[in-house]
Write a protein that binds this ligand. Structure first.
Ligand SMILES: [Zn+2]
Length: 115
């Protein structure tokens, strides 16, 4: 399962940062998941508690924020939010577009308790 590997690397990265910063407990982690990131939020939410067991994230709450796909059209120069998988400008239906947002899978913020 792709999300299990993803959860493992995410938890590994957070633990690494936390050790450097003398953080003892992580109370919540907010993740940004773009429409085009390929990340299945439900599968990730299922995997994270397993992977977090026995780590600083054991009692952490995971919060997920969706980042909508946003594009800028090269033809009409407008920005729009098409629905995946039909990635075209919603104004003129051109596919001559640049993706501005929606690919991200990042940690937005963490609430922590320090030692
Ligand atoms: Zn357009």
């Amino acid at each position: 399962m792709h999300e299990l590997a993803l959860a493992e690397s995410l938890v590994g990265k957070i633990v690494e940062i936390s050790v450097e910063d003398n953080i003892s407990v992580i109370t919540s982690v907010t993740l940004l998941i773009g429409d085009l990131s390929g990340v299945d939020k439900d599968a990730l939410d299922f995997a994270l508690p397993f992977v977090s067991e026995g780590t600083l994230l054991e009692k952490s709450k995971f919060i997920y924020e969706r980042v909508k796909l946003q594009v800028k059209c090269d033809d009409c120069d407008k920005e729009s939010y098409p629905e995946v998988p039909i990635i075209v400008c919603t104004h003129c239906h051109s596919d001559n577009i640049a993706i501005i947002a929606g690919r991200e899978f990042v940690i937005k913020e963490m609430e922590v308790e320090s030692v």
